[in-house]
Design a protein around this ligand. Structure first.
Ligand code: FES
Ligand code: FES
Length: 163
């Protein structure tokens, strides 16, 4: 089957019971998506399927057929001069110095990016509710919420600059 990941088509074997997480990591080498609990609880393996935050560790490859998969590697963009331009969520997580061990961060950033795509100006409660879906064993929740609010501001500024 053809799998679309971060705008690129990949040909992969369509075997029954293959999980999206292991195809992304082991076959496509997209190791930005992390393995945590493996049972759909922690959220560290979160990717987007047609923009919906989805736990890749419990998602069959077949569920991604005909859909656009986005992983952490697909968040940043290439600028006009070929430079990497961070997604506002990535920039805000850096600015707020969020990561501690970093294991959960891919899932946190993918969850935050999906939230801001659906709701560009979330309030504090909406941020808390969305981000509580992903565990952080290091307890960086306060910094995560601050960074998501900052990312919403950064995204708003770049929208107004674009006109
Ligand atoms: S590794 Fe997928 S939810 Fe924990
Ligand atoms: S930064 Fe360590 S688990 Fe979140």
């Amino acid at each position: 089957m053809q799998l679309m990941v971060n705008g690129q088509p990949y040909l992969v074997d369509e075997e029954r019971d293959r999980l999206l997480l292991w195809v992304l990591r082991d076959e496509l080498g997209l190791t930005g998506t992390k393995f945590g609990c493996g049972i759909g609880l922690c959220g560290s393996c979160t990717v987007h399927l047609d923009g919906i935050p989805t736990r890749a560790c419990i998602t069959l490859l077949s569920a991604a057929d005909g859909k656009e998969v986005r992983t952490l590697e697909g968040l940043a963009e290439i600028g006009a001069n070929g430079e990497m331009v961070f997604h506002p969520v990535q920039q805000a997580f850096l600015d707020e110095q969020v990561p501690q061990c970093s294991w959960c961060m891919s899932g946190q950033m993918m969850t935050a990016a999906a939230l801001l795509e659906k709701n560009p100006k979330p309030n504090a409660e909406e941020i808390r509710q969305a981000m509580d879906a992903v565990y952080c064993r290091c307890g960086t929740y306060h910094r995560i919420r601050k960074a998501v609010a900052r990312a919403a501001e950064l995204a708003g500024q770049s929208r107004s600059q674009l006109g």
